[in-house]
Design a protein. Structure first.
Length: 398
C-alpha cells in the first residue's frame, strides 16, 4: 500500500520529453519486477530510479540543482546557496592536508562543480599547494557541467581537476562529500503489530505501490539493528542504510593517510530511530517541493533519506579509520570562520552583502540547515584535532 496519495495535480507537470524518459524507465523497472517474481526491495527501486544509466534521476538529463523551481531545478545544496560555503570548508581541508603532509583531494558526487571550483580557488588563496583534485560521481551526465563550471570559475587550476571512473585502491589526501550519503539507496522496513516487514515495490492497478513482506531470519535484513529499534506504536516505518555503510567502509579502507569529510542531513542512531520519525525519513524533491511519494515520475525527481550517522561512524571505524569529529553544520562552519568570511564583505555594499548574509543565515540557522545538517569526519595518521571540531564536537552522541 502506498501511504501517500499521488499528487501530480499540485506539482508542475514535466514536459513530453521528460515524461517519455520516465515512461521508458517505468517499462525497464516493470520488466525487472516481473523477472524478480513481482516484488523488488525498495533499495533496488531507489537505485534504478536514481542511477539507471541514461534514465535515472542522476544519470539522466534532469536539471536537479538550482535556486528555484521555475528554472527546472528540484533542490538547492549548500555550495549552490552560498559562495562562502566552499572557502569556509577549505580551511579545515587545508588544515588536514597540511597536518597529514598530503597533496591530493577527492570529491564524491560533485553536483554542478561549484564546490570543487570554490575549494581549489580558496586553497590557492590560502597558499596551500595541491597536486590533484579528483571527482568521482555516479552521474556521468554531470561531468560536462562540472568541467564548464570549473573552467569558468577557476581557469588557472582546472588542469589539476580530473574525473575518475573507478576508485583508486589507496588514496592519500582529503576526501569530501556534500549531500552524497543521503542519495544512497535505503532499505525500508515497517513494523506492523510487532512484526518487522520489508517494504518492497509491486506493480498494481497500473501503478507502482508498496507491499510489505515479513522479514525472515534468512533474508537480507540487518537483523541485529532491527532487533534494537524501539517501535513506537503499531505501525512504525523506517530505513536502514546498507549502501551508505558499505560506501564509507570502502572510502575509509582506501584512505591510507589524510581525512574524509561528509556533510549531510541526519541524526545519530538514538535520534534517528525515534517516535518523532515513526513514518521514516524518505523524502522526494521535485521542483523545490518536498513530498513523500517515491513513485511519482520515476527518474524525474530526487529520492533521499536522512543519514543515520552512528552506522556511518561504525563503518568508518570498522575499516580502520579514526573518527575525527562529528558536529552540526552550524558549529563546524562557525568554528571554521564563516562569519569572518561574511564580515570581509562591505556591509554598505547592500547588493552583495544582503544576499550573502541571507545565505549564511540559512546555512547556520537552527530552523534551516544549521542543526539538521551534520559534518562527520574520519582520519588516518592525524594526531591533532581540527579547529572546525575544536568546540561543540558531538562524537560522544553517536
Ligand atoms: C544530492 S547530490 C549532491 C551534489 C553536490 N555534492 C552538491 O552538494 O551540490 C548527490 C550526488 O551524489 C552522487 N553519488 C551518489 N552515490 C555516489 C557514489 N557511490 N559515488 C559517487 N557519487 C555518488 C550522485 O550522483 C549525485 O551527483
Amino acid at each position: 500500500m502506498n501511504p501517500i496519495a499521488h499528487q501530480p495535480d499540485s506539482l508542475p507537470a514535466p514536459g513530453p520529453g521528460a515524461l517519455a524518459q520516465s515512461e521508458a524507465l517505468v517499462a525497464q523497472l516493470r520488466a525487472e519486477l516481473e523477472a524478480a517474481g513481482g516484488w523488488l526491495p525498495f533499495d533496488r527501486y531507489m537505485e534504478r530510479a536514481l542511477y539507471s544509466p541514461g534514465f535515472g534521476y542522476y544519470s539522466g538529463g534532469a536539471r536537479k540543482f538550482g535556486l528555484r523551481g521555475d528554472d527546472g531545478s528540484d533542490f538547492v545544496t549548500a555550495p549552490e546557496l552560498s559562495p562562502l560555503f566552499a572557502p569556509t570548508l577549505a580551511r579545515p581541508v587545508a588544515e588536514a592536508l597540511q597536518a597529514s603532509g598530503t597533496r591530493n583531494l577527492l570529491e564524491f558526487g560533485a553536483g554542478t562543480g561549484k564546490l570543487a571550483a570554490g575549494l581549489v580557488n580558496a586553497l590557492d588563496e590560502l597558499g596551500v599547494e595541491f597536486d590533484s583534485y579528483s571527482i568521482v560521481d555516479l552521474s556521468g551526465e554531470l561531468r560536462e557541467r562540472q568541467r564548464e563550471t570549473i573552467e569558468a570559475a577557476a581557469p588557472a587550476l582546472a588542469a589539476k581537476v580530473r574525473w575518475l571512473d573507478a576508485l583508486p585502491e589507496q588514496f592519500e589526501g582529503v576526501v569530501i562529500g556534500n549531500e552524497v550519503l543521503d542519495a544512497m539507496p535505503v532499505k525500508l522496513f515497517a513494523n506492523l503489530g510487532g512484526v518487522w516487514h520489508e517494504r518492497g515495490v509491486v506493480w498494481r492497478d497500473e501503478a507502482f505501490a508498496f507491499e510489505d513482506r515479513p522479514v525472515t531470519r534468512s533474508g537480507p535484513a540487518d537483523h541485529a539493528l532491527l532487533a534494537e529499534i524501539e517501535t513506537f506504536g503499531e505501525n512504525y516505518v523506517t530505513e536502514t542504510h546498507d549502501a551508505a555503510r558499505a560506501f564509507i567502509r570502502t572510502v575509509c579502507t582506501m584512505l591510507t593517510r589524510g581525512a574524509a569529510f561528509f556533510i549531510d542531513y541526519g541524526f545519530p542512531q538514538h535520534e534517528y530511530y525515534h517516535a518523532q520519525r515513526a513514518q521514516g525519513t524518505l523524502m522526494c524533491h521535485y521542483r523545490h517541493r518536498a513530498h513523500g511519494d517515491p513513485f511519482l515520475y520515476p527518474g524525474l525527481q530526487d529520492i533521499t533519506a536522512h543519514v543515520e550517522f552512528t552506522g556511518i561512524a561504525e563503518a568508518g571505524v570498522e575499516a580502520g579509520a579514526d573518527l575525527l569529529g562529528f558536529t552540526s553544520q552550524a558549529r563546524f562552519l562557525m568554528n571554521a570562520g564563516i562569519t569572518d568570511a561574511l564580515s570581509s564583505i562591505d556591509p554598505t555594499d547592500t547588493t552583495r552583502f544582503l544576499p550573502a548574509a541571507n545565505a549564511v543565515q540559512k546555512l547556520l540557522s537552527e530552523a534551516e540547515m544549521g542543526e539538521l545538517f551534520k559534518v562527520i569526519a574520519f582520519s588516518r595518521g592525524l594526531t591533532e584535532t581540527l579547529k572546525a571540531f575544536s568546540s561543540g564536537d558531538r562524537s560522544h552522541t553517536l
